[in-house]
Design a protein around this ligand. Sequence first.
Ligand SMILES: Cc1cc2nc3c(=O)[nH]c(=O)nc-3n(C[C@H](O)[C@H](O)[C@H](O)COP(=O)(O)O)c2cc1C
Length: 167
Amino acid sequence: MGATVAAVEPLALRRTLAGFATGVVVVATHQPGMGNVGLTVNSFAAVSLEPPLVLWCLRKSSRLLGAFVRSGKFSVSALTEFQLEPCNHFASREPGKRGDGYFRPGAQDVPVVREANAGLVCRVKRHFEEGDHVVFIGEVLEAFSRAEPAGPLVFFGGRFHHALPMG
Ligand SMILES: Cc1cc2nc3c(=O)[nH]c(=O)nc-3n(C[C@H](O)[C@H](O)[C@H](O)COP(=O)(O)O)c2cc1C
């Protein structure tokens, strides 16, 4: 029999995870009938270079789950320190939020955020439920980055930060 691990309370885990600094991205898709939709995400991570794979996690109860599953494609846009406004827009739970003004069309017309530092357009390779989230694994179809990137938007301690280079 394995040792029992004491359950970590969700709030305590959330507080601890806040100590792991992340970048901030907007994940977006286009869904016929719903138009362009997106949300602010910090669960994004690289998975593999060959083949090119990335992942992100979506709350199972998100009203956007159907859109990502049905469209089978998504973009990931890395926000700059000047993009707190789209960050807050896409983090809001306001129903019917569209944010079309923030997007331009990427590969296969998947919407990507204008002026982002870097971006990817992906095909959903697989998605699966894990705990209270759905994990999306994406195969990268298009990758682009700004010739002169701005500072990144950083999420740490439940707040947004600028990042300064160390030398
Ligand atoms: C910094 C930050 C990171 C977030 N990361 C995620 C994430 O990885 N996955 C997720 O499902 N929601 C994440 N959210 C919440 C969504 O941006 C948004 O609030 C939520 O999707 C709105 O509810 P809805 O999807 O039902 O519209 C994050 C919010 C913030 C501010």
